[in-house]
Design a protein around this ligand. Structure first.
Ligand SMILES: [Fe+2]
Ligand SMILES: [Fe+2]
Length: 259
């Protein structure tokens, strides 16, 4: 069994790349499940409006995970409770619409998909400790294969949590930094792991955004509205292969496509 996981899709350029190339990726890779991080698709790299959600599903994305930008556009709250394939971080401290986990029945197995935010270096976001949150969730839910999108900034936090959960979580991928890391592995023989899947968006950019506004902010601390960058796009993803008999991870492969 194969699972294709696409890193943060950034802006309309990222969406268009998925619309144009996911059909071919499906043909070449034959994934049984397709999951994408959708926290940056809509205007200015914020959240996932309904049209973008529908367009990406029509392109072949089956399940969405999210991140710290989940609720940056109010439209998200108007439809998230009506759909059954979006998982937003479960460990927000305050009550939020939507769901933090989902059980997907596939090939006679129960796949638990969940999403959490990191506790470190995430200004303005108040979260429940992800270690305790994951322990509680994994004790409560019945599953065969647990899959976690850990949306966090700090590389150490990601690998420490992955190691801590490695007897329970079979697929653990990081998102949020938008930079694909070259450290994919089968961790402890039990967990397909990568620190960050990377981004699907304009590559020569400030992780998806146009350089001008973000440079003003970084250089002189001038508040500026983020604008989506323009230019050639890169698709970052991973492909996980599970053993058919045990559903344990067999292989993790990084994917970089420059369409
Ligand atoms: Fe992101
Ligand atoms: Fe993020």
């Amino acid at each position: 069994m194969k699972i294709l996981i696409i890193g943060d899709i950034y802006g309309q350029a990222g969406k268009l790349a998925i619309q144009q190339h996911l059909p071919l990726m499906k043909e070449q890779l034959s994934p049984d499940l397709i999951i994408a991080n959708g926290e940056n698709v809509s205007e200015g790299g914020k959240s996932l409006d309904k049209k973008d959600y529908e367009d990406l599903m029509a392109a072949g994305v089956e399940y969405f995970t999210m991140g710290n930008h989940t609720f940056k556009r109010p439209e998200f709250e108007t439809y998230v409770d009506e759909v059954d394939n979006i998982v937003r971080p479960g460990n927000f401290k305050a009550f939020k619409p939507g769901r933090g986990h989902l059980v997907i029945e596939k090939n006679g197995k129960k796949f638990l998909l969940f999403n959490m935010l990191g506790a470190g270096l995430m200004p303005g976001t108040h979260v429940v400790n992800p270690f305790y949150f994951a322990d509680k969730l994994l004790d409560k839910i019945e599953y065969d294969v647990a899959m976690l999108d850990f949306h966090a900034e700090a590389t150490a936090e990601k690998i420490i949590l992955a190691n801590y959960l490695s007897d329970k979580v079979s697929i653990f991928w990081g998102t949020h930094t938008h930079i694909q890391t070259a450290d994919e592995r089968i961790l402890n023989g039990t967990t397909a792991y990568i620190t960050d899947v990377g981004m699907t968006g304009v590559f020569d950019s400030a992780i998806g955004a146009d350089f001008e506004a973000v440079t003003q902010r970084a250089k002189d601390n001038i508040p500026a509205k983020f604008i989506e960058a323009k230019g050639p796009v890169r698709i970052n993803a991973i492909l996980i292969t599970l053993y058919d008999n045990t559903s344990k991870p067999q292989n993790i492969e990084r994917i970089i496509i420059n369409p």
